[in-house]
Write a protein of this length. Structure first.
Length: 537
């Protein structure tokens, strides 16, 4: 636990240093760049991080970055070493006078159980939406979920050793002794906790939680609740209850903050919901209580009269007048049910009662960088649009070079933001490149740099028209931009620091990470990488 404290304390100091001395974010040091390129930023191997590891045409797991892998490896090595060192075994022991083997079994089992037990608060904290370590470090939900899963695996490994060891200990004295143990309440609940923990590990496998996320989440919460009850009754008379109390306190704290966030928006809010292509858009009137959020954040939204026990993260695109605009891409689970419901309504729209829990999401500090390259894929524009809006005036004043590159498969997904992005482009602040890669209606190749001034002026008459989209189009249909080349060109042509900010599909995020890492120590330019991955599972 001290190790984890050290990891997060270093991250906290880094965050504070960047806020107190923002110019540090743009400084380039060759030694630091070497560490970032080789250790901290790359995927653990093969350049795959956001995209799941595939085997036999099935997604099996998400791989951490090398920096995350380093922390996990040290943690696992410490656990292994602490399990196997420094046992004081001797003949003439008061309890086991004639055998050091049974001493070792007992000590080893106790130590494994205690080491499993003390990790419970960290396990609960890392999985919390309202994780105060996230507030202190600025790390996102995805990073903490990586650590949550590995702490869970190490913890359960210790728990299994504890259970096997005590079973062997009972058998050493005969089957009758083992049978007598099963009459004790603490033993029964220890067995329950171990079995339930194993079921949690199975149902939390990536292939399960990704394919049936809502079902996984409900079962996961029920199983974890039973697991905590098992720990309570297992150790109620043995000690170490402070770790159970701490775990419950963390869980309660998270739920209380969730309720506060939810009620702060209001319990009677309504949303105008509609389908736009493969996206669901919600327009919700801003509450009077002063609830505020910035574009790029997200909220968990419950539908009061539509599976109210489920919630789904929706990205906040912008505040338009007195309304907040939230969007989510239709996948499985809750969004698919909602899409099916709306598709049967006139104009594929309806007014729905909602509860909004949020806002969540950390903000990347892109202001100090001379060049900011914002790369969005599909619904990822909901995050990148906020940064572009924030930086637009700085770009217009010549203080920053801001490039917004949006790769979108469907043209109808573009329409909700066409007017806003066109205005952003027309102001000559943000350099916009829009790629529609699967457009069956239009096959022209229109590049802004190839158009005359007269053509540009003619297009400004109707920002939301087809001409506006054509005006922004930087590629022919079915042609995707070479993001590796784009990032390389931007970095190598920049004379000041560069921030690459990405939010898109898994493969796009990984490609951008690889390209950024490859250019991190180019010349004297500081290159920073920020990734917003919508990886709820």
């Amino acid at each position: 636990m001290i190790f984890w404290f050290g990891v997060f304390f270093i991250a906290f100091l880094q965050k504070m240093a960047m806020q107190i001395f923002p110019s540090l974010a743009t400084k380039s040091f060759s030694a630091v760049n070497g560490i970032r390129r080789r250790i901290l930023l790359p995927a653990v191997f093969n350049g795959v991080h956001t995209a799941p590891l595939r085997f036999l045409n099935t997604n099996w797991a998400l791989l951490p970055t090398r920096g995350e892998s380093l922390a996990i490896t040290v943690f696992m090595l410490m656990n292994f070493i602490f399990l196997f060192v420094n046992y004081d075994l001797f003949l003439g022991n008061y309890y086991w006078p004639t055998s050091t083997n049974i001493q070792l079994i007992r000590y080893f089992s106790d130590r494994a159980g205690i080491m499993a037990f003390v990790q419970t608060p960290a396990l609960i904290l890392f999985a919390s939406r309202n994780n105060f370590l996230s507030w202190l470090t600025g790390w996102g939900f995805q990073t903490f979920m990586v650590y949550h899963r590995w702490v869970a695996r190490v913890m359960y490994f210790n728990a299994v050793i504890h259970s096997i060891g005590y079973t062997a200990y009972g058998l050493y004295y005969g089957k009758g002794t083992l049978a007598a143990y099963y009459e004790d309440t603490y033993w029964k609940w220890g067995v329950v906790a171990t079995v339930i923990g194993g079921l949690v590990m199975i149902q939390a496998a990536y292939v399960m939680r990704h394919k049936w996320y809502e079902i996984f989440l409900i079962i996961h919460i029920i199983f974890v609740a039973i697991f905590i009850v098992g720990l309570w009754y297992h150790c109620e008379d043995l000690g170490y209850m402070e770790y159970v109390y701490a775990s419950i306190a963390i869980w309660v704290f998270d739920r209380v903050i969730r309720i506060i966030r939810l009620t702060a928006f209001g319990l009677t809010a309504n949303a105008d919901a509609k389908i736009i292509g493969d996206v669901i858009e919600l327009q919700v009137a801003a509450p009077r209580c002063g609830w505020t959020a910035r574009a790029g954040q997200y909220a968990y939204i419950y539908f009061r009269y539509f599976n109210f026990w489920e919630n789904h993260p929706f990205s906040l695109v912008e505040k338009r007048g007195d309304k907040y605009i939230f969007v989510a891409k239709v996948k499985g689970g809750a969004t698919k049910k909602l899409w099916n419901y709306l598709s049967k309504k006139p104009d594929s729209s309806a007014k729905l009662g909602v509860w909004i829990e949020g806002p969540y999401g950390e903000k990347f500090n892109t202001v100090p960088f001379g060049t900011v390259l914002l790369i969005a894929g599909g619904i990822g524009i909901s995050a990148m649009y906020g940064y572009a809006t924030e930086l637009k005036q700085r770009a217009k004043a010549g203080q920053q070079h801001v490039i917004l590159l949006w790769v979108c498969r469907r043209e109808d997904t573009v329409y909700p933001l066409t007017t806003q992005i066109f205005e952003m482009y027309k102001d000559e602040g943000v350099e916009v490149h829009l790629y529609i890669t699967d457009d069956s209606k239009r096959g022209s190749t229109v590049k802004e740099e190839e158009r005359s001034n007269d053509e540009k002026s003619a297009d400004t008459s109707n920002a939301a028209s087809d001409d506006a989209i054509e005006f922004l189009l930087s590629s022919a249909k079915n042609i995707r931009p070479d993001l590796t080349r784009t990032i390389t060109d931007v970095v190598r042509s920049a004379t000041t620091s560069v921030a690459v900010v990405v939010c898109g599909p898994d493969e796009m995020n990984d490609e951008c990470r690889r390209a950024t890492v490859a250019n991190i120590d180019y010349g004297t330019t500081r290159v920073e990488y920020f990734e917003e991955a919508f990886a709820w599972a």
